[in-house]
Write a protein that binds this ligand. Structure first.
Ligand code: ADP
Ligand code: MG
Length: 393
């Protein structure tokens, strides 16, 4: 990463506004999955160990620019305090005289957690006034919210333009792993793509075809490719508008692109629907392909063996239902068992890996769903672009 890192800053006694990603699921006033809080801890602990005073801010849910108790940060503060083992001073606003006063009077123990940034309409508009208000609270700014870096918001861009800024430890790890995949992968590099739509991932496919040796395709998107080849795909999900694009990609990719050989088909997308495992060109009329079949898992496993770098985005099937989860599980186990540097990106793919308890077997699990895909596509992330390069420091 060529961006200035939190490790390049002189932190002692400095107030540091830290953009974290605490956008966690909450049920009945309690955090139900604290993965994102856990992932933010190393950076927070680093700041504390260097004598800094961290003031944390995050968005949570979609409160549409106004305060909404349902999306208040209190449950996050509680969980953070337990995990961090340090006091968390949670404030009920993010800017304004009362916040400034509270920060002024803060004894400096532990961390301050500001209220949900999306309680302010200025957050998503990257409003100068909100950015000024936030910048007034601190001496330095650290962005550790990779998952929000693809948005040009007040807490990701506005504040970074107003304070000496740097990337946090998690942000740094995210960028380093994605760069190692995209810029200097060890070969063989095998990429796996799945998920719902080809249209979401055309840019990702193009970009990966430029660097990977093999691209394994599963999930619903394979049916657009099969249809483009002239196969009958029954009621499987097909994006008719992308048939030409799929054809073009197959021609461009040649042998690099590996499609499934069998699929698990069902009459309905339901857990207890009758299923049949069939060859990809034998899907019965009216049936839909909802997972890759066992022969495909075997084929993908063979292609993954010996890989030095693996990037995976998108489940192989409707993994949310047990009946269609085996393809995703098989591929996840193959990646987990591999010695390759393995990077997993994408909200649902990460959920699938977590559900299988395989997160510890992967080299890196990206916290940024949309952000990681945009990065792989080669798009510039506004929250990263705004951070100064290391040389400039
Ligand atoms: P990610 O979040 O990892 O980028 P996507 O959002 O692109 O992944 O896709 C995930 C969704 O794709 C899941 O909800 C899954 O059920 C769905 N999916 C995967 N395979 C199929 C299929 N064959 N038919 C319909 N939906 C599918
Ligand atoms: Mg998704």
């Amino acid at each position: 990463m060529n961006k200035r890192s939190v490790r390049d800053l002189d932190l002692r006694d400095k107030r540091v506004l830290v953009r974290v990603d605490f956008n966690v699921p909450i049920k009945d006033g309690a955090v139900t999955d604290d993965t994102r809080i856990e992932r933010a801890l190393p950076n927070i602990r680093y700041l504390l160990s260097e004598g800094a005073k961290p003031i944390l801010i995050s968005h949570l849910g979609r409160p549409k620019g106004e305060p909404n108790p349902q999306y208040a940060m209190d449950p996050v503060a509680k969980r953070l305090e337990q995990l961090l083992g340090e006091p968390v001073l949670k404030l009920d606003a993010a800017v304004g005289p009362e916040v400034e006063e509270a920060v002024e009077n803060w004894d400096g123990a532990g961390v301050v957690l500001l209220e949900n940034s999306r309680f302010y309409p200025g957050e998503t508009k990257n409003d100068p006034e909100l950015s000024d208000g936030l910048a007034a609270l601190a001496d330095l700014y650290v962005n550790d919210a990779f998952g929000a870096a693809h948005r040009a918001h007040a807490t990701t861009v506005g504040v970074a333009e107003r304070l000496p800024a740097a990337a946090g430890l998690l942000m740094e790890a995210e960028l380093d792993y994605l760069d190692s995949v995209l810029q200097s992968p060890e070969h063989p590099f095998v990429a796996i793509l799945g998920g719902a739509k080809v249209s979401d991932k055309i840019g990702v496919i193009e970009s990966l075809l430029g660097v990977a040796d093999t691209l394994l395709i599963g999930g619903a998107m394979c049916f657009t490719f099969f249809k483009a080849r002239g196969y009958e795909v029954g009621a499987s999900l097909v994006e008719e508008d992308y048939l030409e694009e799929a054809k073009r990609l197959m021609e461009e990719a040649g042998d690099k692109l590996v499609l499934p050989v069998d699929v698990v088909a069902a009459e309905k997308m339901e857990e207890d629907a009758a299923t049949r495992t069939v060859k990809v060109d034998e899907i019965p009329a009216g049936w839909m392909g909802l997972d890759v079949g066992p022969e495909t898992v075997e084929l993908f496993r063979e292609r993954l063996s010996g890989a030095k770098t693996i990037f995976w985005n998108g489940p192989m099937g409707v993994f949310e239902m047990d009946a269609f989860a085996k393809g995703t599980e098989g591929v996840a186990r193959a990646v987990a068992g591999s010695d390759a540097t393995s990077v997993i990106g994408g909200g649902d793919s990460v959920a699938a890996v977590n559900k299988l308890g395989l997160e510890g077997e992967m080299s890196h699990i990206s916290t940024g769903g949309g952000a990681s895909l945009e990065y792989v596509e080669g798009k510039e992330l506004p929250g990263v672009a705004v951070l100064p390069d290391r040389e400039e420091s």
